[in-house]
Design a protein around this ligand. Structure first.
Ligand code: DC
Length: 226
């Protein structure tokens, strides 16, 4: 039986790291769908295109200049743009904002959602993103909406940036995060929202291990002890 898990939530709610840890425990693949939107954002920037210019972004697709692929190496996701591994290049704030902008366009969403669904048909998978429980995998047996207060998320993001040796100013990080939240929740196409049948998990007061346990409890309630 295929195991299918959908995890959605706002930026810096810990979706990616938690999803990675849970998928490893379950021995299934993890697809970070945000990485795919980031790859499209990067494609716009690399082509000198303003990510807010819908027509220009859609043209890169028509010109086949934004082919996004996913590969797994030792169960680790590699995100490819036009055949090139961009897994590291997409991890900047600039690309994150570009991703948030291009993710508003239906052409971009249709293309990436198709790819995501195709992957889920073949294998057990845990997908994280903004629209997994509502649009990509509406029939997923496990849906979790992961959240935390904006301040808790900004604190975590600052710690993460500091660990990477980058300068992080709490107020600036909080401002960017609130801006991304507004863009993701306010867009017309597949906005970020909790699916009606998703379990809400607020991790503001949970540490990493407690959060993993809480997700595992929800998964095991549906699929049995793993
Ligand atoms: O999770 P992330 O920060 O890497 O995602 C980058 C952007 O991509 C985010 O601002 C919104 C968009 N996104 C989306 O619209 N749908 C998804 N399933 C995943 C991400």
């Amino acid at each position: 039986m295929l195991v299918t898990i959908a995890i959605d939530g706002p930026v810096s709610a810990g979706k990616s790291t938690l999803s990675d840890a849970v998928a490893r425990r379950l021995n299934i693949l993890h697809l970070d769908t945000g990485a795919m939107y980031r790859a499209v954002g990067l494609a716009a920037l690399q082509n000198g295109i303003d990510p807010h210019d819908q027509e220009a972004v859609e043209r890169i697709f028509l010109d086949n200049k934004a082919q996004v692929g996913i590969e797994y190496e030792n169960e680790r996701q590699r995100t490819l743009l036009n055949g090139q591994d961009v897994s590291q290049l997409i991890r900047t704030e600039e690309v994150g904002l570009a991703a948030s902008a291009v993710s508003r366009y239906p052409t971009v969403r249709r293309y990436l959602v198709d790819t995501q669904r195709r992957l889920s048909e073949k294998t057990s998978i845990l997908m994280d993103g903004r629209d997994i429980g509502t649009v990509v995998l509406p029939h997923a047996p496990v849906k979790i909406f992961l959240t935390a207060s904006p301040e808790a998320r900004a604190r975590r993001r600052c710690l993460q940036l500091k660990k990477q040796g980058k300068k992080a100013c709490f107020d600036e990080v909080l401002r960017d995060l609130v801006k991304r939240d507004e863009q993701d929740r306010g867009r017309a196409a597949d906005p970020l929202r909790q699916a009606d049948d998703a379990v809400l998990l607020d991790t503001s007061n949970l540490d990493f291990e407690q959060s993993v346990r809480a997700i595992m409890d929800i998964v095991e309630a549906r699929y049995g002890q793993k």
